[in-house]
Design a protein around this ligand. Structure first.
Ligand SMILES: Cc1cc2nc3c(=O)[nH]c(=O)nc-3n(C[C@H](O)[C@H](O)[C@H](O)COP(=O)(O)OP(=O)(O)OC[C@H]3O[C@@H](n4cnc5c(N)ncnc54)[C@H](O)[C@@H]3O)c2cc1C
Length: 216
């Protein structure tokens, strides 16, 4: 199979805010470049924070976001699923991240809808000693009705999406073949949702806090 180096192909600016509020990220953007990008830090801090946990800087300077997504077990996929992002391919095809991506078509960009940073969380659990895919990656994005869209990957599997209508997190929702991983995921999600609830309660009691950060 021929190998094509796309790292120097010009797909446009690394990160570009679009008129509809989405962020467009070029598929061949290096992970470290994205982690430090001022627009990502300001508008999508969860991605910047997650990328700090993806390999070491030497890996992040070589790996691209398109490669991380096409690999099939990259951590960025879970956050981008929770955010409702789409991958764009040469020829104009768009595929929601979380679906199987074609391996024979060039991915050119990822478009990420806007989300209030206080309404988004992502966390991973894995080994640090040597490279292996993360054991647990969970991400959530709060929906306008107060519920949560949760994306998770427990073990080397495809992402799973769960909609929580309220704030109660039932372990059954995250059950997988390894109950230990399901329990870890449930506890992480519960903790993030509780933190979010406490932040909102705290903001409501302190009128001088920025309404932008905590508005639902
Ligand atoms: C030591 C080490 C530690 C790592 N730690 C982590 C970690 O903690 N978390 C994590 O998420 N990842 C981790 N990774 C994976 C790494 O971040 C990369 O995502 C992965 O190695 C893919 O590398 P790449 O981006 O260079 O893509 P490549 O290896 O070039 O490509 C991977 C696949 O994607 C396809 N592809 C690449 N670009 C495109 C495109 N534009 N369009 C269509 N298909 C494309 C290729 O054809 C190939 O099939 C680690 C890797 C190493 C080696």
């Amino acid at each position: 199979m021929p190998v094509i180096d796309v790292s120097d192909v010009d797909f446009g600016p690394t990160v570009k805010p679009l008129d509809n509020g989405d962020l467009r990220i070029t598929a061949n953007a290096h992970l470290e470049e994205l982690r430090l990008d001022p627009v990502i830090v300001a508008r999508l801090p969860a991605l910047s924070e997650l990328l700090a946990l993806v390999g070491a800087s030497g890996i992040r300077n070589l790996a691209t976001i398109g490669g991380n997504l096409a690999w099939g077990l990259g951590d960025t996929e879970i956050l981008l699923v929770a955010l409702g992002a789409q991958a764009l391919f040469a020829g104009g095809t768009r595929i929601a991240i979380g679906n199987s991506l074609p391996t024979d078509v060039l991915m050119t960009a990822i478009e990420v809808p806007p989300a209030l940073s206080a309404n988004v969380f992502v966390e991973k659990v894995g080994h640090r000693a040597s490279f292996s895919p993360a054991k647990v990656v969970v991400s959530g994005c709060q929906l306008p009705d107060g519920g949560w869209l949760i994306a998770d990957r427990l073990g080397p599997t495809r992402p799973v999406i769960t909609i929580l209508s309220g704030e109660s997190v039932d372990i059954e929702a995250f059950s997988c073949s390894d109950p230990h991983l399901a329990r870890i995921a449930t506890n992480l999600i519960r903790r993030h949702i509780r933190l979010r609830r406490e932040s909102v309660a705290w903001a409501c009691k302190s009128p001088k806090n920025s309404p932008d950060v905590f508005a639902i």
